[in-house]
Design a protein around this ligand. Structure first.
Ligand code: SF4
Length: 112
């Protein structure tokens, strides 16, 4: 703790202004994925669901279901999803009801 205190004195800043101001390091945070339905094919949806270590991604017919409450923001689906998945950059994810953390993404990439 003494090291952090001394480092703060030396740098002059020990905390950020968040939430009063935007968090400048937010782009560095691991965040849950977001999916582009137009690029999401069934093959990609199956691949991302199979690579998810926490079971946050599941298939439900022609829909990919993302349970943000179970997501550990590991980024494996982003790596496996090609252009259909990217990190959302969202980290203010609190919800008052569990179902608000579950997103249903239609698989529209096969229709093109
Ligand atoms: S970031 Fe990781 S835990 Fe979250 S949905 Fe993608 S693969 Fe699953």
């Amino acid at each position: 703790m003494a090291i952090w205190f001394l480092r703060g004195l030396r740098r002059g800043v020990v905390t950020t202004r968040y939430p009063a101001q935007a968090e400048p390091s937010a782009h560095l945070l691991p965040t849950p994925p977001t999916f582009d339905p137009r690029r999401l094919t069934r093959a990609v949806a199956v691949a991302v669901a199979e690579c998810c270590p926490s079971g946050a991604l599941t298939m439900d017919g022609a829909v990919l279901v993302l349970d943000i409450g179970a997501c550990s923001a590991c980024g494996r689906c982003v790596a496996a999803g090609g252009g259909a998945a990217r990190r959302s950059g969202l980290f203010e994810l609190a919800a008052t009801e569990r179902q608000h953390l579950v997103k249903r993404i239609p698989i529209a990439g096969d229709r093109r």
